[in-house]
Design a protein around this ligand. Structure first.
Ligand code: NCD
Length: 308
């Protein structure tokens, strides 16, 4: 399967390529649980992580993934870069490209920023989250986790709950699962849901109806920083009362339903601590899968055939 030059979003991505990546990720996941041997597929390659927005999981995950494959990984965050001196996005990435990296992994608050950069660089570009647009590697690691725990990636009912409107995680997941033929639901107050039909999803403004028969309950963070001044919910307490995921609300879902959350979680707002720390929660497994999935993606995109 030919690998794409850039990895910018789930829109238009080849499903056989994604399945190849998930299969490779499985080998890496199993191997990492047995031992931490450094692989050499990306020896001599340089990856630059350029994060214009804060991140704990995604940045660290890409860094560890690159290093486990023997790549050199350099991290740049806006706070310590020349962006604070007024340099434009394009000048910053062109400067980085002049140092001949093999890939630039970019997170930016503007939707479309990685696409804009990819059109102007020869280096491979990977989207690590752009505004409220897409976060394709999160959808990949979520798919890995679903396949592992549900045993399949078809015939699933996936309820994506909470602040779907501001969520790039929701968009990438919805596009992927609509393409896979799964039933995608957006569940939350109408003011926090984008037009569901555009994503091949169905909208529910009742938690009970939205969770009925769900195999996967994907909980999203209320994005307070993007909600500020928008007055879309009366209060966090009210939101939590009607839409917070608790053991009680989960009774509507399939008895074997799994609970996922991309993090960071707002405990007591969109998810109760007993669910977050409970037996159905796969939150930390998602993080673990993230490293294996990003290793697999980097290997498929960057490794040269001759490498070990
Ligand atoms: C998310 C993100 O940054 O898009 N987190 C992540 O990457 N795991 C979700 C969020 O910010 O709520």
């Amino acid at each position: 399967m030919k690998s794409p030059r850039h990895f910018l979003g789930m829109k238009g991505v080849s499903l056989p390529f994604l399945i190849d990546v998930l299969d490779t990720a499985q080998d890496y996941y199993d191997a990492a649980r047995r031992e931490h041997i450094k692989l050499t597929h990306l020896r001599g390659k340089t990856i630059i992580n350029v994060f214009f927005e804060s991140s704990t999981r995604t940045r660290t995950s890409f860094e560890i993934a690159g290093k486990r494959l023997s790549a050199d990984v350099i991290n740049i965050s806006t706070a310590s870069s020349s962006v604070t001196k007024g340099e434009t996005l394009l000048d910053t990435v062109k400067t980085l490209e002049a140092m001949n990296p093999d890939a630039v992994i970019i997170r930016h608050s503007a939707s479309g920023a990685p696409h804009y950069v990819a059109e102007r660089l020869d280096t491979a570009v990977i989207n690590a989250g752009d505004g409220a647009h897409e976060h394709p590697t999160q959808a990949l690691l979520d798919a890995y986790t679903m396949r592992k725990h549900c045993g399949r990636l078809h015939g699933l009912v996936i309820a994506i709950c909470g602040d779907v409107l501001h969520s790039r995680v929701a968009r990438s997941n919805a596009i992927l699962h609509a393409a896979l033929g799964n039933e995608v639901r957006f569940v939350g107050p109408r003011t926090l849901l984008p037009p569901a039909e555009v994503f091949g999803a169905r909208a529910f403004d009742s938690l009970e109806a939205g969770l009925a028969g769900a195999d996967v309950v994907m909980v999203l963070r209320i994005q307070r920083e993007r909600l500020e001044g928008e007055r879309r919910i009366a209060s966090l307490r009210e939101y939590s009362r009607h839409f917070g995921i608790s053991e009680r609300s989960l009774r509507a879902a399939n008895p074997n339903a799994i609970v996922m959350h991309p993090g960071p979680m707002n405990r007591g707002v969109e998810i109760s601590s007993d669910v977050a720390d409970g037996p159905r929660s796969l939150v930390l497994e998602q993080v673990e899968a993230g490293v294996a999935v990003r290793m697999a993606l980097l290997k498929h995109m960057l490794a040269t055939e001759a490498a070990a």
